[in-house]
Design a protein around this ligand. Structure first.
Ligand code: IMP
Ligand code: MG
Length: 189
């Protein structure tokens, strides 16, 4: 039997490599204008935003610093169970600093609602949210991104950092995973 190809698990692409590249450049320019001379701290919310983060900071054309935070909200499913945990906190102090949180996707908003609460309690000079993808239909918290790459429908997406059961983060584009693949993985647990 032929081995399956990872790309065959994707039903369709919603943001191609080229579309992502253009969008990242656009947001990078806006952030450069807004934060020029402010030496902001870009916060990468691991693991999902690694590619977006890495591409975005390279489009920021001024001095800045970076730090990493790891949180988890989902188990191996596709529905937020409402529990957010910080698995790795920032190394730096953000008090009196301009902070830019870089997230892969906003879904229910539970994660960012929790994270912005924690970070705001440390009294940053300012805090803004940048997300590559936004699914506003599914919002359960009163929170919205300051900058968003693509507003998408209520579909589970993978690629460019986003995973399903930890797989597909390496795809260079964002696509909707086939229902049959989700069912196959869930049935094998
Ligand atoms: P929220 O707390 O419901 O807004 O979900 C935020 C986190 O859930 C994101 O940072 C992602 O890690 C994950 N997530 C939400 N929707 C998707 C999706 O469609 N694909 C992969 N991960 C997702
Ligand atoms: Mg995430």
């Amino acid at each position: 039997m032929e081995r399956p190809n990872i790309n065959d698990d994707i039903a369709y692409i919603i943001a191609s490599e080229q579309q992502i590249k253009e969008k990242v450049e656009e947001i990078g320019k806006l952030l450069t204008e807004r934060y020029r001379g402010k030496n902001p701290i870009f916060v990468c919310v691991m693991k999902g935003s690694i590619h977006f983060f890495s591409d975005l900071v390279r489009q920021f054309d001024d001095y800045c610093e970076i730090d990493f935070l790891a949180s988890s909200a989902y188990g191996n499913g596709t529905v937020n169970n409402g529990i957010v945990k910080i698995n790795k906190d920032l190394d730096m102090s953000i008090t009196d600093r301009h902070v830019i949180i870089v997230e892969d996707i906003m879904d229910s908003g539970v994660t960012l609602n929790y994270l912005t609460g924690v970070l705001n309690s440390r009294k940053p000079a300012s805090l803004c949210i940048v997300t590559l993808l936004d699914k506003p239909e599914r919002r359960r918290c009163a929170i919205n991104p300051d900058y968003c790459g693509f507003v998408i429908d209520d579909k589970f997406v993978v690629g460019y950092g986003l995973d399903f059961a930890q797989v597909y983060r390496n795809l260079p584009y964002v696509g909707v995973i086939k229902d049959e693949v989700v069912a196959r993985v869930q049935n094998s647990k």
